[in-house]
Write a new protein. Structure first.
Length: 233
């Protein structure tokens, strides 16, 4: 998705911004009464074009599909765990439906905010670079830099949201199936943070506000890859 943003930004820059740059160093003189009026109009046109990168209805479809996929993953995972003791987890109910709707909207807003932030920073960079006489290469490199930063931020958000949503869904399904507690299980590799290494193998109540990582369940802390193994009484 974000790579498509860069592709569109490059296309718009070639159309609106590059004509303002001469020999990679100067702002072109135009027939406009004030040369900067033309530059500003071009930059505004590019910024406006970036607003429509991804229509809200497509973004809504993408986030709906995302949370549905996580819900399916959670259901299959919990079903496999509970099948051992002859239990069948809840697949869908009103609580799950409301939770998924809320998470889809939350993630849609997160992406919208990230896109707006990226677009505004791209526009700010271009205003500065064109007026300072930067080259086409500088402009292209800055678009790439901003996009890479947005991409890394998006990965962090995606990992955080994925871990949190799956943890919440698994917890709800396990509790509905009769589990009152869980065992903290790490990935047992060198990427596990020290605090979670100390929690590995320990048992906590799901409803303990002080349990786990300061009340957070496995998967809920940022970039946490740990899982909760349910304990059925």
């Amino acid at each position: 998705m974000i790579r498509k943003w860069k592709k569109e930004a490059d296309r718009l820059a070639k159309r609106y911004v590059y004509p303002c740059v001469k020999g990679g160093q100067q702002i072109l003189k135009t027939d406009a009464q004030d040369p900067m009026d033309d530059v500003i109009n071009r930059l505004n046109a590019m910024s406006f074009g970036l607003q429509d990168l991804q229509p809200d209805y497509l973004l809504n479809q993408a986030t709906q599909q995302y949370v549905r996929a996580l819900n399916t993953f959670s259901y299959k995972n919990v079903k496999m765990q509970t099948a051992i003791i002859g239990l069948n987890p809840v697949e869908n109910d009103k609580n799950l439906s409301n939770y998924l709707k809320g998470k889809a909207m939350e993630n849609m807003k997160l992406v919208q905010n990230m896109k707006d932030d990226w677009r505004n920073k791209i526009a700010s960079d271009l205003y500065r670079e064109v007026t300072q006489g930067c080259s086409i290469q500088d402009i292209s490199a800055d678009i790439m830099k901003r996009t890479d930063m947005a991409y890394n931020h998006a990965k962090l958000i995606a990992n955080d949201q994925t871990g949190t949503i799956i943890s919440d869904l698994n917890t709800y399904r396990n509790k509905q199936a009769g589990a009152g507690s869980y065992i903290w299980q790490t990935m047992e590799d060198d990427r596990v943070r020290p605090a979670h290494q100390d929690l590995d193998g320990k048992q906590f109540d799901y409803d303990d506000p002080n349990g786990g990582d300061d009340g957070m369940l496995p998967g809920q802390p940022i970039n946490c890859r740990c899982v909760a193994t349910p304990v059925f009484d």
